[in-house]
Design a protein around this ligand. Structure first.
Ligand code: ADP
Ligand code: GLC
Length: 486
């Protein structure tokens, strides 16, 4: 099966969130199961710098406002996975995030930047961009790649099926309707049956409407986005799909997130050698300037600081957390108000609260390894990866029971404790009080080291490898390709 993955980011070259982790790991897992997988990425500077042996496949000339567009083919550093880069210097060679400038403003030409990516995917699918290799499946990730599905449906005569994965429905790629003509699509797609969304153009909708199969990153989120509460205005479109949205839970990259081999942490450990985790905990307290306290529940947060993540609940609950003797360490970047609030909290409670406002991969590993628990109190969470890192590292997740968090963490209630199934702590209401009660339960169990260690072992035993999800995707690809042939 020849599969082309189309995305805007890939770890470790360009990453703004979990999407990059998935785009790095899933293709490798698919290849390990025999698929012939390639990536298609925009030629952002870090990608051009890192991709090895890049050569020009086709010189496209000028399009989407760029004077010079070329399609390159090289290999991912490390994995040797073939990767196409769209080299369009005018559109992609700039500093900042893939989506925003340094001031946090969306790039004004994002419509052209991400339409081009999808347009090239459709030409690869049609077999006229690379004469040597044509995908049977084009798998597009999030709104950035969603136009692949619209161009494949509208333009190119293609034998490939399109699969669209929603990683986060809240980011939709909305553009003014008057930019329609820049897309070069048939005008019938301009209607509500196409890309039109409340008077704007929606790239997300292009994926939801025109992909042969739509998936999202957990079974619970697949159900949630069909409801008004989580549908971000697109729940009608989602419910209207002939083939319902499939929920396939993400895995985590075991080569990168594994406490038995992790070079970033103080002492390596596994479920049989938990003394190493204790060493990581002490090292972390020392590194962060937290009191050396063996009794406290050391709770960490590694997250984008945005409304999605529900971290205002942590701030509101802080007095109660401190009363319970919790130590809190937060690492994240995002909304200035949240950054400032965590900084202030750390200043007000030296030795008990630590805040690092910044992005640092190695440091994230040390936090996850050294903590007792990791909080993910999200308002919505398509999948969430950090709670899975927590499980893998025996750092028990304290999560809101929503989306992928609900699908990956088993609450330590009476029944789960008795049956040896508990892996963490969940709560329902998005209120400080509900979060506080949940943390209080964790604190109570943490005070009983033998019972706590039992849950830690159960958490570490949970399988989170990409092999299972990769099998599910391959089955879905086969089904989509088969449906196209019929
Ligand atoms: P999302 O994609 O919504 O941000 P995920 O949990 O899927 O949420 O993925 C977040 C990813 O980003 C994880 O790999 C996490 O470790 C990483 N991450 C988030 N913030 C930071 C940070 N400040 N430093 C290092 N890694 C971070
Ligand atoms: C998105 C979601 C997150 C998910 C990630 C990878 O960024 O917010 O929940 O884990 O994509 O699929």
């Amino acid at each position: 099966m020849r599969v082309l993955h189309v995305a805007a980011e890939v770890f470790p070259l360009v990453k703004t969130g979990g999407l990059a982790d998935v785009v790095a790991a899933l293709p490798v897992a698919l290849a390990e199961q025999g698929a012939d997988v390639r990536l298609l990425l925009p030629g952002l500077p870090p990608m051009l710098d890192a991709v090895q042996g890049a050569r020009t496949i086709i010189d496209i000339g000028s399009c989407f406002g760029a004077l010079r567009v070329r399609l390159l083919l090289g290999r991912m550093p490390g994995s040797k996975l073939p990767v196409y880069l769209v080299d369009a210097p005018y559109l992609y060679r700039r500093d900042g995030s893939p989506y925003q400038d340094r001031q946090g403003e969306e790039w004004p030409d994002n419509l052209q930047r991400f339409a081009l990516l999808g347009w090239i995917a459709a030409h690869l699918a049609a077999g006229d961009a690379d004469l040597q290799w044509t995908p049977e499946i084009v798998h597009a990730h999030d709104w950035h790649a969603a136009m692949s599905c619209a161009y494949m449906a509208d333009h190119a005569p293609t034998a490939a099926a399109s699969v669209f994965t929603v990683h986060n429905l809240a980011f939709q790629g909305l553009f003014p309707m008057h930019d329609w003509s820049l897309l070069g699509l048939a005008s019938r797609l301009m209607s509500p049956a196409g890309l039109e969304f409340h008077g704007q153009l929606s790239f997300m909708k292009a994926g939801l409407k025109f992909a042969d199969r739509v998936t999202t990153v957990s079974p619970s989120y697949a159900r949630e986005i069909a409801t008004h509460e989580f549908g971000c205005g697109l729940d009608g479109v989602i419910r209207g799909r002939e083939v319902p949205v499939a929920g396939i839970l993400n895995g985590i990259d075991d080569a990168i997130w594994n406490p038995a081999t992790d070079a970033a942490i103080d002492t390596r450990y596994d479920a049989e050698r938990l003394a190493g985790k204790q060493a990581c905990r002490r090292a972390l307290q020392a590194e962060l300037g937290l009191d050396r306290d063996d009794q406290a529940l050391l709770l960490v947060v590694v997250s984008r600081l945005t409304a999605q993540k529900g971290l205002d609940l942590v701030l509101a609950a802080l007095p109660e957390l401190l009363r319970l003797g919790v130590q809190l360490a937060v690492q994240g970047t995002g909304e200035p108000a949240l950054e400032a609030a965590f900084r202030l909290a750390a200043q007000a409670h030296p030795g008990r609260v630590h805040a690092f406002i910044g992005y640092d991969e190695a440091r994230a590993h040390r936090l996850v390894a050294g903590a007792d628990a990791i909080a993910v109190p999200s308002r919505f969470e398509p999948c969430g990866l950090t709670q899975m890192y927590g499980l893998r590292y025996g750092t028990l997740p304290i999560v809101r029971r929503v989306g992928g968090l609900a699908d990956t963490v088993t609450d330590a209630d009476e029944a789960a404790l008795a049956e040896g199934r508990a892996t963490g702590f969940t709560f329902d209401a998005a209120t400080p009080a509900a979060f506080e009660r949940c943390v209080a339960r964790a604190v109570q169990l943490h005070a009983e080291p033998l019972r706590w260690q039992q849950i830690v072992r159960q958490a570490m035993a949970r399988s989170s490898s990409w092999a299972g999800p990769a099998r599910e995707y391959l089955a879905l690809y086969a089904e989509a390709a088969e449906a196209l042939r019929r």
